[in-house]
Each structure stands twice: as structure tokens, then as C-alpha cells.
Ligand binder design. Structure first.
Ligand code: 13P
Length: 343
């Protein structure tokens, strides 16, 4: 890799996890964004998606807590009502823009119940266009379902290989890859099962990253926390989740990686903050990498419900969005308290 790219990748990765900030994932595909809108009765049109994304990027002060925003292709090409490109609004707020590059998880042939993430065809050309538009990092998400005998080795292997191929193409063009292998919360499995599966997934992913020569200093890992399945009868304390998650990461994530940026995966906003906080309270001084957030639902959901598609609700929705970003900055510092939920 050219020396220039190495320096650029390291600088961007460091900037994304600097100053107690975290990332905002606002890269829901059109289908996912429409589902979120439909669930609360917001019309599912391009203009409503544009208005929602404008509300987010124009929230005053967001850049104090958010280092980078992951965007969907549609948003990258949209403008605010007054004609300013969304990308310009973000960079003026000192938020680094990134892009979702995968084309979604599709059924894995021959493996019922499992998925493989697609999007490698033509990826070099797509990345070149995004780099030209000023995007500086990217995201690719693979999903793993826990069930009887699942995920299987094939599903883990093919997804890990695709994650590494995507990461190599990103780094070749100077974009920092965010590697997102998500073990889903669906099901009634225990925390221990989630830990075992996540450890196997992450081991396989890092073996592939190594095989394909990925610069560890110029990437970020976006994993799930170690949690019991959402239908499990054995729910666990915030501290147990923090301990199990950090234990797993210490076993498999090389110290050269600058940061781990969690997904929220369907946890409530308050739990996503409390669990990240507990990890930082208990372990921060002993960890080689930053532990921070790259949440979508856990930052956006309350604000989306408050907005409800109405201009008259923009200010109150922006306040709620900023508040969640602030709670998560405090969680990264290890100084979040549940009292913050009432402010
Ligand atoms: P959630 O925080 O809602 O899990 O979304 C994170 C993400 O980027 C999913 O790809």
C-alpha cells in the first residue's frame, strides 16, 4: 500500500474515534427506512426520507458528540430544502461523512436460515466515485443468526471473506473500512452462546483480514455486544454484559485496531448507553482500543417518533437526537448515569 494511503487511513480512523465522540449510523437503505416510517405512520416517500435526514444533519451541536455519519447512497445525492448538499452540511459541522457499501444480506444458497452479504461486483468503481465525492470511510454489514446449529462454518467463512475483500478495496482507495459482523439478538439463546458465536465469528474475520493484508491501524470494528437473545428467559445485568463483551473482544481484537464502535442491534436507547458506560467504567484504562458507539436505532428512534413527519416537531426531535448523542459521549467517558434520561 502506498505510504500516502497508509497515513491517510490511520489519520481518518483516529479522527473517527477521537475526543470521546462516536458515530451515527444513518445509512438505512430505502427499504429499512420505509419500514421504520411505516411502523409509526410516516409516509414512505423520497421527500420524507430527505426531510428526516435533513433534520438529523442540521441538528446544531451534533458535531460535538458525533465524529462521523454513515450515509446511504440516496442521502449523499440529496440537498437540504435550501439547496445545500447534505455532505456540505455535515462537513461544515465537522462530521466526517461515510457510506454504506454493502448491498444487503441475501439468502445463502444451500444454507437455509443463513445469509451472505452481497455487493462486491463493481465495488472498486463505486468506491472511486464515493472517494471523489468526499466520503472518507465506509461500512459493510454481515449478519449471523443464532439457532440450532447456526451459524454454520460456511456462513461465517464466506461473510468473513467478503468483509476482507471489501476492506481491501476501501483501503486501496484511502477509505477507512468499518467491519460490521453482527450476531443478531433474535432468539432465546443465552449470553454464553452469544459469546461463543461472536468469538468464533470475530476470530474468523480477523484471520481473513490478516490473510488479505488489511491495515489494522486503518480500520474500525463494529461488533454486537455480548447479550442473551431477546426472547431468553435468562436476562443479565448491565455489568455482566460489559464483562462478557470486553472479555470476548480482548481475546480476538488485535491491539493495533484503533477503535471498536458498537452497533445497538435493537437494544433500548438507555440500555445501549448504560452497557457502553459500564464497559468504560470497568475496563477503559486497561484497553488497547477506544470503545465507543456507532448506533442507529439507539440514537434515532426517539427523535423519529417525536418528529412523526411534521415540520412543527423538528426542534423537539433535534433536541432528543442531540440528547442521545450526549448520553453516548458520556457513556464513552464512563460518566453516563440513568439520571441523564430525565434531563
Ligand atoms: P443499530 O444501531 O440500529 O443496530 O444499527 C447499526 C447499524 O449500522 C446497522 O448496520
Amino acid at each position: 500500500m502506498e505510504q500516502l494511503n497508509v497515513q491517510k487511513l490511520i489519520a481518518t480512523a483516529k479522527a473517527l474515534v477521537a475526543e470521546d465522540k462516536g458515530l451515527l449510523a444513518m445509512d438505512e437503505s430505502t427499504g429499512t427506512c420505509n419500514q421504520r416510517f411505516a411502523a409509526i405512520g410516516i409516509p414512505q416517500t423520497e421527500d420524507y426520507r430527505r426531510a428526516w435526514r435533513e433534520l438529523i444533519v442540521s441538528t446544531k451541536g451534533l458535531g460535538n458528540n458525533i465524529s462521523g455519519a454513515i450515509l446511504f447512497d440516496e442521502t449523499i445525492r440529496q440537498q437540504t430544502k435550501d439547496g445545500t448538499p447534505m455532505l456540505k452540511v455535515l462537513t461544515a459541522a465537522k462530521i466526517i461523512p461515510g457510506v454504506k457499501l454493502d448491498m444487503g444480506a441475501k439468502p445463502l444458497a444451500g444454507h437455509p436460515g443463513e445469509k451472505v452479504t452481497e455487493g462486491l461486483d463493481g465495488l472498486r468503481e463505486r468506491i472511486a466515485e464515493y472517494a471523489g465525492l468526499g466520503l472518507r470511510f465506509a461500512k459493510w454489514r454481515a449478519v449471523f443468526n443464532i439457532d440450532d446449529g447456526l451459524p454454520g462454518h460456511t456462513c461465517i467463512a464466506v461473510n468473513a471473506s467478503a468483509l476482507a475483500r471489501y476492506a481491501a478495496l476501501c483501503q486501496e482507495a484511502g477509505l477507512v473500512p468499518i467491519i460490521e459482523p453482527e450476531v443478531l439478538m433474535d432468539g432465546n439463546h443465552t449470553l454464553q452462546r452469544c459469546a461463543a458465536v461472536t468469538e468464533e465469528v470475530l476470530r474468523t474475520v480477523f484471520a481473513e483480514l490478516n490473510l488479505q493484508g488489511i491495515l489494522l491501524e486503518g480500520m474500525l470494528l463494529k461488533p454486537n455486544m455480548i447479550l442473551p437473545g431477546k426472547d431468553s428467559l435468562q436476562q443479565t445485568s448491565v455489568e455482566e454484559v460489559a464483562d462478557a463483551t470486553v472479555k470476548c473482544l480482548l481475546r480476538v481484537v488485535p491491539a493495533a485496531v484503533p477503535g471498536v464502535v458498537f452497533l445497538s442491534g435493537g437494544q433500548s436507547s438507555a440500555l445501549a448507553s448504560a452497557r457502553l458506560n459500564a464497559m468504560n467504567v470497568r475496563f477503559k484504562s486497561q484497553l488497547p482500543w477506544a470503545l465507543t458507539f456507532s448506533y442507529s436505532r439507539a440514537i434515532q428512534q426517539t427523535a423519529l417518533e417525536l418528529w412523526h413527519g411534521e415540520d412543527s416537531n423538528i426542534a423537539v426531535a433535534q433536541q432528543a437526537l442531540l440528547h442521545r448523542a450526549q448520553c453516548n459521549t458520556e457513556a464513552r467517558r464512563g460518566s453516563y448515569t440513568s439520571d441523564m434520561e430525565n434531563t
